[in-house]
Design a protein around this ligand. Structure first.
Ligand code: SF4
Length: 382
Protein backbone atom coordinates (compact mmCIF):
# COMPACT_ATOMS: atom_id res chain seq x y z
CA UNK A 1 0.00 0.00 0.00
CA UNK A 2 0.95 3.63 0.05
CA UNK A 3 1.02 4.63 -3.61
CA UNK A 4 2.93 7.84 -4.00
CA UNK A 5 2.10 10.45 -6.58
CA UNK A 6 5.75 11.40 -6.52
CA UNK A 7 6.73 8.40 -8.61
CA UNK A 8 4.11 9.46 -11.13
CA UNK A 9 5.48 13.02 -11.19
CA UNK A 10 9.00 11.82 -11.80
CA UNK A 11 7.90 9.81 -14.80
CA UNK A 12 5.67 12.53 -16.19
CA UNK A 13 8.23 15.31 -16.05
CA UNK A 14 11.24 15.56 -18.30
CA UNK A 15 14.41 14.89 -16.37
CA UNK A 16 15.49 18.25 -14.90
CA UNK A 17 18.76 19.52 -16.26
CA UNK A 18 21.34 21.55 -14.35
CA UNK A 19 20.22 24.58 -16.35
CA UNK A 20 16.63 24.21 -15.08
CA UNK A 21 17.84 23.89 -11.50
CA UNK A 22 20.24 26.82 -11.78
CA UNK A 23 17.59 29.11 -13.24
CA UNK A 24 15.11 28.26 -10.48
CA UNK A 25 17.71 28.72 -7.74
CA UNK A 26 18.93 32.00 -9.22
CA UNK A 27 15.36 33.31 -9.24
CA UNK A 28 14.87 32.30 -5.61
CA UNK A 29 18.15 33.96 -4.58
CA UNK A 30 16.99 37.15 -6.29
CA UNK A 31 13.74 37.08 -4.30
CA UNK A 32 11.65 36.38 -7.38
CA UNK A 33 8.61 34.11 -7.31
CA UNK A 34 9.07 30.53 -8.42
CA UNK A 35 6.47 29.21 -10.82
CA UNK A 36 4.42 26.11 -10.03
CA UNK A 37 6.45 24.27 -12.64
CA UNK A 38 9.75 25.29 -11.08
CA UNK A 39 8.57 24.27 -7.62
CA UNK A 40 7.41 20.91 -8.93
CA UNK A 41 10.68 20.42 -10.75
CA UNK A 42 12.73 21.07 -7.61
CA UNK A 43 10.54 18.71 -5.58
CA UNK A 44 11.10 15.87 -8.02
CA UNK A 45 14.91 16.04 -8.04
CA UNK A 46 16.73 12.78 -7.48
CA UNK A 47 20.35 13.55 -8.44
CA UNK A 48 22.56 14.05 -5.39
CA UNK A 49 24.45 17.11 -6.63
CA UNK A 50 21.28 18.90 -7.76
CA UNK A 51 19.61 18.18 -4.42
CA UNK A 52 22.65 19.47 -2.53
CA UNK A 53 22.53 22.68 -4.62
CA UNK A 54 18.90 23.20 -3.52
CA UNK A 55 19.80 22.60 0.14
CA UNK A 56 22.71 25.04 -0.13
CA UNK A 57 20.52 27.75 -1.65
CA UNK A 58 18.01 27.17 1.16
CA UNK A 59 20.73 27.51 3.82
CA UNK A 60 22.09 30.66 2.16
CA UNK A 61 18.64 32.24 2.17
CA UNK A 62 18.09 31.24 5.81
CA UNK A 63 21.39 32.89 6.69
CA UNK A 64 20.47 36.04 4.77
CA UNK A 65 17.23 36.43 6.73
CA UNK A 66 18.03 34.89 10.12
CA UNK A 67 21.81 34.72 10.40
CA UNK A 68 22.83 31.65 12.40
CA UNK A 69 19.86 31.88 14.77
CA UNK A 70 17.47 29.04 15.37
CA UNK A 71 14.44 29.03 17.69
CA UNK A 72 13.30 26.25 20.01
CA UNK A 73 9.68 25.18 20.56
CA UNK A 74 8.46 23.20 23.55
CA UNK A 75 5.58 20.86 22.87
CA UNK A 76 2.86 19.81 25.32
CA UNK A 77 0.31 17.38 23.96
CA UNK A 78 -2.01 17.75 26.92
CA UNK A 79 -4.92 15.58 25.75
CA UNK A 80 -4.75 12.67 23.33
CA UNK A 81 -8.52 12.15 23.26
CA UNK A 82 -10.15 13.10 19.98
CA UNK A 83 -13.62 13.03 18.49
CA UNK A 84 -12.28 12.77 14.92
CA UNK A 85 -11.19 9.70 13.04
CA UNK A 86 -8.35 10.83 10.77
CA UNK A 87 -6.99 7.82 8.92
CA UNK A 88 -3.31 8.74 9.42
CA UNK A 89 -3.43 9.50 13.14
CA UNK A 90 -2.79 7.24 16.09
CA UNK A 91 -5.18 9.27 18.24
CA UNK A 92 -8.20 8.80 15.96
CA UNK A 93 -11.32 8.09 18.01
CA UNK A 94 -11.66 4.48 16.90
CA UNK A 95 -8.07 3.44 17.69
CA UNK A 96 -7.97 1.25 20.77
CA UNK A 97 -4.21 0.74 20.55
CA UNK A 98 -2.99 4.24 21.33
CA UNK A 99 -1.95 5.79 24.61
CA UNK A 100 -4.64 8.17 25.86
CA UNK A 101 -4.42 10.67 28.66
CA UNK A 102 -5.81 14.02 29.64
CA UNK A 103 -3.44 16.07 31.76
CA UNK A 104 -4.80 18.33 34.47
CA UNK A 105 -4.14 22.06 34.44
CA UNK A 106 -1.57 22.12 37.29
CA UNK A 107 0.49 19.39 35.58
CA UNK A 108 0.38 21.25 32.28
CA UNK A 109 1.42 24.53 33.84
CA UNK A 110 4.27 22.80 35.68
CA UNK A 111 5.50 21.12 32.50
CA UNK A 112 5.28 24.45 30.64
CA UNK A 113 7.36 26.15 33.35
CA UNK A 114 9.95 23.37 33.08
CA UNK A 115 10.15 23.91 29.33
CA UNK A 116 10.40 27.68 29.81
CA UNK A 117 13.26 27.23 32.28
CA UNK A 118 15.07 25.01 29.78
CA UNK A 119 15.28 27.93 27.33
CA UNK A 120 12.58 27.35 24.74
CA UNK A 121 11.20 30.39 22.91
CA UNK A 122 7.61 29.19 22.69
CA UNK A 123 5.22 26.68 24.22
CA UNK A 124 3.00 24.77 21.82
CA UNK A 125 -0.18 23.62 23.61
CA UNK A 126 -1.72 20.86 21.53
CA UNK A 127 -4.71 18.59 22.01
CA UNK A 128 -6.87 16.26 19.94
CA UNK A 129 -10.40 17.54 19.54
CA UNK A 130 -11.08 16.16 22.99
CA UNK A 131 -14.85 15.84 23.62
CA UNK A 132 -14.34 17.02 27.19
CA UNK A 133 -13.17 20.34 25.79
CA UNK A 134 -14.89 20.46 22.40
CA UNK A 135 -18.25 18.78 22.96
CA UNK A 136 -18.91 20.03 26.45
CA UNK A 137 -20.51 23.29 25.33
CA UNK A 138 -19.15 26.45 26.86
CA UNK A 139 -17.79 24.66 29.94
CA UNK A 140 -15.13 22.65 28.10
CA UNK A 141 -14.00 25.39 25.79
CA UNK A 142 -13.91 27.88 28.62
CA UNK A 143 -11.61 25.45 30.42
CA UNK A 144 -9.31 25.55 27.37
CA UNK A 145 -9.21 29.33 27.38
CA UNK A 146 -8.46 29.41 31.14
CA UNK A 147 -5.68 26.86 30.61
CA UNK A 148 -4.06 29.03 27.96
CA UNK A 149 -4.37 32.04 30.24
CA UNK A 150 -2.69 30.14 33.10
CA UNK A 151 0.21 28.91 30.97
CA UNK A 152 0.66 32.39 29.56
CA UNK A 153 0.71 33.92 33.04
CA UNK A 154 3.07 31.30 34.45
CA UNK A 155 5.66 31.26 31.65
CA UNK A 156 5.42 34.68 30.02
CA UNK A 157 6.40 32.97 26.76
CA UNK A 158 4.64 33.25 23.41
CA UNK A 159 2.08 30.48 23.07
CA UNK A 160 1.03 28.46 20.08
CA UNK A 161 -2.35 26.81 20.54
CA UNK A 162 -3.28 23.78 18.44
CA UNK A 163 -6.79 22.80 19.54
CA UNK A 164 -8.20 21.72 16.17
CA UNK A 165 -11.31 23.34 14.71
CA UNK A 166 -12.92 25.36 17.49
CA UNK A 167 -15.90 27.77 17.34
CA UNK A 168 -15.19 31.35 16.27
CA UNK A 169 -15.92 32.78 19.72
CA UNK A 170 -13.31 30.44 21.22
CA UNK A 171 -10.70 31.66 18.76
CA UNK A 172 -11.63 35.21 19.71
CA UNK A 173 -11.29 34.32 23.40
CA UNK A 174 -7.94 32.59 22.80
CA UNK A 175 -6.67 35.69 21.03
CA UNK A 176 -7.84 37.85 23.94
CA UNK A 177 -5.91 35.88 26.59
CA UNK A 178 -2.51 36.29 24.96
CA UNK A 179 -2.26 33.49 22.39
CA UNK A 180 0.33 34.37 19.75
CA UNK A 181 -0.08 31.49 17.28
CA UNK A 182 -2.92 29.34 16.01
CA UNK A 183 -1.82 26.09 14.36
CA UNK A 184 -4.31 23.91 12.53
CA UNK A 185 -2.78 21.82 9.79
CA UNK A 186 -4.66 21.00 6.64
CA UNK A 187 -2.01 18.31 5.89
CA UNK A 188 -2.95 18.49 2.19
CA UNK A 189 -4.69 21.04 0.00
CA UNK A 190 -5.93 18.45 -2.43
CA UNK A 191 -9.58 18.15 -1.48
CA UNK A 192 -10.10 14.51 -2.42
CA UNK A 193 -7.01 13.50 -0.47
CA UNK A 194 -8.13 15.66 2.46
CA UNK A 195 -11.42 13.73 2.55
CA UNK A 196 -9.53 10.45 2.69
CA UNK A 197 -7.21 11.67 5.42
CA UNK A 198 -9.83 13.48 7.48
CA UNK A 199 -13.13 11.67 6.80
CA UNK A 200 -16.25 13.56 7.81
CA UNK A 201 -14.39 16.86 8.29
CA UNK A 202 -14.83 20.03 6.31
CA UNK A 203 -11.87 21.27 4.30
CA UNK A 204 -13.34 24.76 4.17
CA UNK A 205 -14.15 24.95 7.86
CA UNK A 206 -10.59 24.00 8.74
CA UNK A 207 -9.06 26.49 6.32
CA UNK A 208 -11.55 29.15 7.39
CA UNK A 209 -10.38 29.00 11.02
CA UNK A 210 -6.91 30.04 9.89
CA UNK A 211 -8.35 32.89 7.87
CA UNK A 212 -10.28 34.04 10.93
CA UNK A 213 -7.26 33.62 13.22
CA UNK A 214 -5.26 35.88 10.97
CA UNK A 215 -8.02 38.48 10.95
CA UNK A 216 -7.89 38.37 14.74
CA UNK A 217 -4.20 39.26 14.59
CA UNK A 218 -2.91 35.79 15.48
CA UNK A 219 0.08 34.39 13.65
CA UNK A 220 -0.73 31.15 11.87
CA UNK A 221 1.07 27.94 11.11
CA UNK A 222 0.03 25.73 8.23
CA UNK A 223 1.33 22.21 7.73
CA UNK A 224 1.66 19.30 5.33
CA UNK A 225 2.13 15.59 5.64
CA UNK A 226 4.61 14.07 3.24
CA UNK A 227 4.03 10.57 1.86
CA UNK A 228 0.27 10.19 2.17
CA UNK A 229 -0.46 9.87 -1.55
CA UNK A 230 0.18 13.45 -2.64
CA UNK A 231 1.97 14.32 -5.87
CA UNK A 232 4.70 16.94 -6.18
CA UNK A 233 2.16 19.09 -8.02
CA UNK A 234 -0.11 18.81 -4.96
CA UNK A 235 2.76 19.99 -2.77
CA UNK A 236 3.33 22.93 -5.12
CA UNK A 237 -0.38 23.76 -4.81
CA UNK A 238 -0.12 23.55 -1.02
CA UNK A 239 2.76 26.00 -1.09
CA UNK A 240 0.59 28.33 -3.13
CA UNK A 241 -2.24 28.10 -0.55
CA UNK A 242 0.26 28.74 2.26
CA UNK A 243 1.32 31.85 0.40
CA UNK A 244 -2.28 33.02 -0.03
CA UNK A 245 -2.97 32.34 3.66
CA UNK A 246 0.15 34.34 4.50
CA UNK A 247 1.08 31.65 6.97
CA UNK A 248 3.88 32.84 9.24
CA UNK A 249 5.24 29.38 9.87
CA UNK A 250 5.07 26.47 7.44
CA UNK A 251 5.87 22.89 8.28
CA UNK A 252 6.13 19.53 6.57
CA UNK A 253 6.47 16.20 8.32
CA UNK A 254 6.91 12.73 6.88
CA UNK A 255 4.00 10.42 7.51
CA UNK A 256 4.76 7.68 10.02
CA UNK A 257 2.42 4.67 9.76
CA UNK A 258 0.50 4.22 13.02
CA UNK A 259 -0.53 0.95 14.59
CA UNK A 260 -4.28 0.37 14.71
CA UNK A 261 -5.12 2.80 11.89
CA UNK A 262 -6.26 2.20 8.29
CA UNK A 263 -2.87 3.46 7.07
CA UNK A 264 -0.89 1.14 9.34
CA UNK A 265 0.42 -0.87 6.36
CA UNK A 266 1.58 2.07 4.26
CA UNK A 267 5.23 2.12 3.29
CA UNK A 268 7.11 4.80 5.23
CA UNK A 269 7.97 7.58 2.76
CA UNK A 270 11.47 8.46 1.66
CA UNK A 271 12.64 11.27 3.95
CA UNK A 272 14.21 13.01 0.96
CA UNK A 273 10.73 14.25 -0.04
CA UNK A 274 10.29 15.98 3.32
CA UNK A 275 13.78 17.47 3.13
CA UNK A 276 13.26 18.79 -0.39
CA UNK A 277 9.93 20.27 0.68
CA UNK A 278 11.61 22.05 3.60
CA UNK A 279 14.24 23.43 1.22
CA UNK A 280 11.73 24.54 -1.40
CA UNK A 281 9.59 26.20 1.26
CA UNK A 282 12.70 28.11 2.35
CA UNK A 283 13.27 29.24 -1.26
CA UNK A 284 9.67 30.42 -1.56
CA UNK A 285 9.33 31.78 2.00
CA UNK A 286 12.82 32.93 3.00
CA UNK A 287 11.50 35.18 5.77
CA UNK A 288 9.29 32.59 7.47
CA UNK A 289 9.79 30.08 10.22
CA UNK A 290 10.17 26.47 9.12
CA UNK A 291 10.39 23.75 11.75
CA UNK A 292 12.69 20.77 11.88
CA UNK A 293 10.47 18.48 13.92
CA UNK A 294 11.96 15.98 16.33
CA UNK A 295 8.71 14.09 16.11
CA UNK A 296 9.55 12.06 13.02
CA UNK A 297 13.13 10.82 13.45
CA UNK A 298 14.07 12.20 16.87
CA UNK A 299 17.43 13.80 17.53
CA UNK A 300 19.18 11.72 14.89
CA UNK A 301 17.05 13.35 12.17
CA UNK A 302 17.66 16.93 13.24
CA UNK A 303 20.85 17.77 11.34
CA UNK A 304 19.53 16.87 7.91
CA UNK A 305 16.39 18.96 8.47
CA UNK A 306 18.48 21.95 9.54
CA UNK A 307 20.80 21.37 6.59
CA UNK A 308 17.72 21.58 4.34
CA UNK A 309 16.96 25.10 5.57
CA UNK A 310 14.75 24.74 8.68
CA UNK A 311 15.21 27.34 11.42
CA UNK A 312 13.03 26.13 14.30
CA UNK A 313 13.55 22.98 16.36
CA UNK A 314 10.07 21.82 17.31
CA UNK A 315 8.59 19.07 19.46
CA UNK A 316 10.90 19.43 22.44
CA UNK A 317 9.10 17.41 25.12
CA UNK A 318 10.00 17.30 28.83
CA UNK A 319 10.83 13.77 30.04
CA UNK A 320 9.33 11.98 33.07
CA UNK A 321 5.87 13.46 32.68
CA UNK A 322 4.14 10.78 30.63
CA UNK A 323 3.76 13.11 27.65
CA UNK A 324 3.86 11.92 24.05
CA UNK A 325 4.65 13.32 20.64
CA UNK A 326 2.34 13.05 17.65
CA UNK A 327 3.78 10.74 15.04
CA UNK A 328 6.57 8.99 16.98
CA UNK A 329 4.83 8.99 20.31
CA UNK A 330 7.68 8.10 22.58
CA UNK A 331 10.85 8.41 20.47
CA UNK A 332 13.67 10.13 22.39
CA UNK A 333 11.39 11.54 25.09
CA UNK A 334 12.09 9.56 28.23
CA UNK A 335 15.82 9.37 27.51
CA UNK A 336 15.88 13.21 27.44
CA UNK A 337 16.92 13.48 23.79
CA UNK A 338 14.12 15.92 23.03
CA UNK A 339 15.30 18.68 25.34
CA UNK A 340 16.83 22.09 24.65
CA UNK A 341 20.18 20.89 26.03
CA UNK A 342 20.26 17.81 23.81
CA UNK A 343 19.92 19.75 20.55
CA UNK A 344 22.79 22.18 21.22
CA UNK A 345 25.59 19.93 19.90
CA UNK A 346 23.62 19.38 16.69
CA UNK A 347 23.14 23.11 16.20
CA UNK A 348 26.84 23.61 16.72
CA UNK A 349 27.63 20.92 14.17
CA UNK A 350 25.43 22.80 11.67
CA UNK A 351 27.12 26.14 12.42
CA UNK A 352 23.95 27.41 14.08
CA UNK A 353 23.10 28.79 17.50
CA UNK A 354 20.03 29.32 19.67
CA UNK A 355 18.60 32.80 19.07
CA UNK A 356 17.95 35.18 21.97
CA UNK A 357 14.41 35.42 23.25
CA UNK A 358 14.65 39.10 22.24
CA UNK A 359 15.33 37.99 18.65
CA UNK A 360 12.25 35.80 18.68
CA UNK A 361 10.12 38.54 20.25
CA UNK A 362 11.33 41.00 17.60
CA UNK A 363 10.48 38.57 14.81
CA UNK A 364 6.97 38.08 16.21
CA UNK A 365 6.43 41.81 16.52
CA UNK A 366 7.53 42.38 12.95
CA UNK A 367 5.13 39.69 11.72
CA UNK A 368 2.26 41.08 13.77
CA UNK A 369 2.93 44.49 12.30
CA UNK A 370 2.87 42.96 8.83
CA UNK A 371 -0.43 41.22 9.63
CA UNK A 372 -1.94 44.56 10.68
CA UNK A 373 -0.65 46.39 7.64
CA UNK A 374 -1.69 43.67 5.23
CA UNK A 375 -5.13 42.99 6.52
CA UNK A 376 -6.27 39.84 4.77
CA UNK A 377 -7.28 39.59 1.16
CA UNK A 378 -10.42 37.60 0.57
CA UNK A 379 -10.26 34.49 -1.53
CA UNK A 380 -7.76 31.80 -0.66
CA UNK A 381 -7.13 29.78 -3.81
CA UNK A 382 -7.72 26.14 -3.12
S1 SF4 B 1 -5.06 14.38 13.48
FE1 SF4 B 1 -5.91 15.61 15.14
S2 SF4 B 1 -8.08 15.74 14.63
FE2 SF4 B 1 -7.29 13.99 13.49
S3 SF4 B 1 -7.62 12.21 14.81
FE3 SF4 B 1 -5.55 12.97 15.21
S4 SF4 B 1 -5.76 14.31 16.96
FE4 SF4 B 1 -7.79 14.03 16.07
Amino acid sequence: MGPSGIVQDVHQMKKPTWRHVEIALARARQGRNLSRREITLLLTLSEGDQIEAVFKAARDLRRAYFGERVFLYGFLYFSTYCRNDCTFCSFRSSNKKCQRYRKKEPEIVEAACELAASGVHLIDLTMGEDPEYCSNNAIGLNKLVRLVESVNGATGLPLMVSPGVVPDDVLIALASVGTTWYACYQETHQRALFSRLRPGQSYDARLGKKVLARRLGLLIEEGLLSGVGESCGDVADSISVMEALKADQVRVMSFVPQEGTPMEGWAPPDRLRELLTIAVMRLVFPEKLIPASLDVDGLSGLKRRLDAGANVVSSLVPPDRGLVGVSRNSLDIENSRRTAASVLPVLQECGLMVGDSADYAAWIESRKKAVKQDGFREGVPC
